[in-house]
Write a protein that binds this ligand. Structure first.
Ligand code: FE2
Ligand code: FE2
Length: 193
């Protein structure tokens, strides 16, 4: 790791915490969806299970990156955990289109900040930069898979997607006690000093 200012070290600790919370939430969403899909939409199960496997690896990678960066999992993870589970459960009850609308919205939300994170980390934390670069590839594949499954998204589906997108941001914000917006501000400031 490069010689970091206190502020930069704090931002990196936040990046790891926010990403870890996001991955943990994704695990809960996919787990609930698989539970429902096993019973009603078995065709969705193989792709959902594959994605769940990826999210587990992502989550573990961020967890492992925490101690060296003076970062810890957020304290309100339980809340995030049940919010994510409920989101997955309800969208899966709506049917395969609900599942893929949820996946598309969540993957897009998780993916949204990754570019800014990569920009910030490039000359500050090469190791974490490498981890996020590899993870971004898989998140993009998840997003593309979900979008392929969404046939002719009508108004209802688009509305659902926006709703889930907002819910995801709120859940991440709550689960990190606002660290997600502090992280975003620091990343923006680094990009446009
Ligand atoms: Fe992930
Ligand atoms: Fe993903």
């Amino acid at each position: 790791m490069a010689d970091l200012s206190r502020q930069d070290a704090l931002t990196i600790a936040r990046i790891v915490r926010v990403n870890h919370a996001g991955e943990f939430g994704a695990i809960r969403i996919y787990s609930a969806q698989i539970l429902v899909a096993r019973r009603f939409w078995p065709d969705c199960v193989p792709s959902l299970s594959e994605m769940l496997g990826h999210e587990r690896i992502h989550c573990a990678a961020f967890r492992a990156a925490m101690p060296a960066r003076q970062s810890r999992p957020c304290r309100v993870m339980q809340f995030w955990s049940w919010g994510g589970w409920l989101l997955g459960f309800v969208t899966a009850l709506l049917g395969p289109q609900g599942i893929w609308a949820c996946t598309a919205a969540v993957e897009a939300a998780v993916h949204r900040h990754l570019d800014d994170q990569l920009f910030f980390l490039a000359d500050r934390d090469r190791y974490l930069h490498g981890i996020i670069l590899a993870i971004r590839e898989e998140e993009l594949a998840h997003l593309h898979h979900a979008e392929e499954q969404l046939k002719s998204p009508g108004q209802v589906l688009n509305f659902l997607r926006s709703l889930i997108s907002i819910a995801t941001d709120v859940l991440i914000w709550l689960s990190t006690w606002g660290d997600s917006s502090r992280m975003t501000r620091a990343l923006k400031a680094a990009k446009h000093p």
